[in-house]
Structures are given as structure tokens and as C-alpha cells.
Design a protein around this ligand. Sequence first.
Ligand SMILES: [Zn+2]
Length: 184
Amino acid sequence: MKKKSIRNLQSEIWPQERDVIESPHRLQYVRKVIKPRGCVFCAASRNPDHPSSLVLLKSRTMLVVLNKYPYNNGHLLILPRKHGGDFETMTDKNLIAMQLLTKHSLKILKKVYKPHGFNTGMNLGKVAGAGIPDHLHYHIIPRWGGDTNFFPLIAQTKLVVETTEQSYNLLKPHFEKLEKRNVV
Ligand SMILES: [Zn+2]
């Protein structure tokens, strides 16, 4: 692979955010997500060994990826490497792999972050809240007492204590061990 800076590769994989002035006459600053070319999950799947892909574990068919825009620290995504947004077309093998990876991810997150609970699940379709509706992904979101929507309501922003880089460095060794066990 041609040597690229982390910044370049990251901008190829993940959508980039920009602070822009939406209505200059009102000086209203808005954070906009610049639409990436192509599918971010497929791009991550093509470069799974690069830290910028945020891939924590890869198997032949599945990935565990850190969410670039987490709702909380340790927000993970489990997804098939094959592009597609229809849950019904997932193979039984991948469905089982997704659940096995969920089990093991919960174990690792409990150990690393000691959360009080989790939200897990999928948003199917844009209308249901899927940010990337064309490529299936299963969310695992650690929860702590008092982390609810108080901050977004008052400040229109989320309080995430860690950077994704810090989360990646914390979680990667645990998922490397899991990857070597070939559980999926
Ligand atoms: Zn894709």
C-alpha cells in the first residue's frame, strides 16, 4: 500500500466534520458532516489494519469497529464486511457471528469501562435513524447512570470524555486477543 498520512487515510474512510457559518447574517455556527465518497464501512473493510479505520477486530466476513461519532465512550459497531442494508438477506452464519461478537464485545467493554448498562440494536433505514442505511451495522453503546440526554438538550452537543484514538488504544489489545481465538 502506498504510504499515506493518517489524516489522508482518515478523510478517505470517515466523513469529515466542518464548522461552518450557516447563515452569515446571523453568524450561526453549525457543525456539518461532509459526505464521503462511497461507503465508509467498505472503506474501513479495505484498510482494516490501519488504526484510522478504527477496526478493532476483523474476521473473513465480519468487523468490529469503533464508532467515529460515538454517543458514549466505547460505542462499537458490529457489521458484515459485505455491503448491503437488508437484514433479511444476512446469512445465518453472519447472524450468528454478529451475536457471538456482541457477547464478546460486551465482556470486553464491561472489563475496560465498567458501564452500568448497554443499549444494543440496529436502526434499519434512514427513517429509523440509520446514519449509513446502505450497510448494516449493529450498535453497542455502554451506558452510565446520569449520562442521558441532559447535555445534548442544553448544549446541542454530546459529552464524550475520550477521543476515538484513546478508545481505540484501550480496546485494541483486547480485541486482538479475541481475534486470535477465531471465535467467528
Ligand atoms: Zn458498504
